[in-house]
Design a protein around this ligand. Structure first.
Ligand code: CA
Length: 242
């Protein structure tokens, strides 16, 4: 298997079993990439990290989805049919500040400058290692939440967003991928009330049909594992970590 690649994604990495503490992740991503193998490989690798992932195979579809949904970050290839990545970036930036990581095969500083000038938040040159992509996405999402630190503290609850480990009073707590994603989202947006609609949008991808009480079940479980006070309910509004 070593040496075999899905596009520029290392196949060996994708075939590894998911380790439980590595599984939880956060939030909803859009990947815009026209090479089918790379798109499928990226989506699969990111889902294994616990992200909800939507995909688009050309610039027009990517722009439409990016404008229609509220993504936590977008991975955007530069060379795309219909609309190239620059055009998608420029049109999206006119209306949205979603964090964007550009992918390009061209390692030219003029391209990097153009991308950053046009409003890209980060840049990765193909071929790239998936762990580096994961790390850059985590950093982008933290920055957009104005939370530069990888560790979050809520009372006795400690969240390590790099290792995706949660402890309560110093003891490790096992969370499901969705429980972790929900906790991390609320912790990154501490003090803000997140409505049910917003939480569903960030936790579920376009192919999922959500059960109406699934959010309440996750909240119930998080309170059971981390203490009743960890998440406040704002009646008729949503949920919040104070
Ligand atoms: Ca391409």
């Amino acid at each position: 298997m070593v040496g075999c690649q899905y596009g520029s994604i290392n196949a060996w990495y994708l075939e590894q079993p998911v380790v439980l503490f590595n599984l939880p992740g956060a939030m909803r991503l859009l990947v815009v990439e026209d090479e089918p193998d790379l798109l499928a490989g990226l989506a699969r690798a990111l889902r294994k990290q616990g992200y909800s992932v939507d995909t688009a195979a050309d610039g027009e579809e990517g722009l439409y989805k990016a404008q229609s949904a509220d993504y936590d970050a977008i991975v955007l290839d530069v060379m795309l049919p219909r609309l190239d990545g620059w055009e998608v970036l420029a049109r999206l930036r006119a209306v949205k500040v979603t964090p964007i990581l550009m992918l390009t095969a061209r390692d030219r500083s003029s391209d990097r400058v153009r991308g950053l000038d046009t409003g890209a938040d980060d840049y990765l040159v193909k071929p790239f290692d998936t762990p580096e992509l994961f790390a850059r996405l985590r950093a982008l999402i933290r920055r957009s939440a104005r939370q530069p630190c990888a560790a979050l503290e809520i009372g006795e609850v400690h969240i390590d967003t790099v290792a995706r480990l949660v402890t309560h009073a110093g003891q490790p707590v096992t969370l499901t991928a969705r429980e972790y994603a929900l906790l991390e989202y609320l912790a990154l947006h501490r003090g803000e009330v997140a409505t049910r609609a917003v939480l569903y949008e960030h936790l579920c991808d376009e192919n999922e049909t959500t059960l109406s009480n699934i959010l309440e079940v996750h909240i119930f479980n998080l309170r059971k594992k981390l203490g009743q006070d960890i998440i406040s309910t704002r009646r008729g509004c949503g949920y919040c970590i104070e």
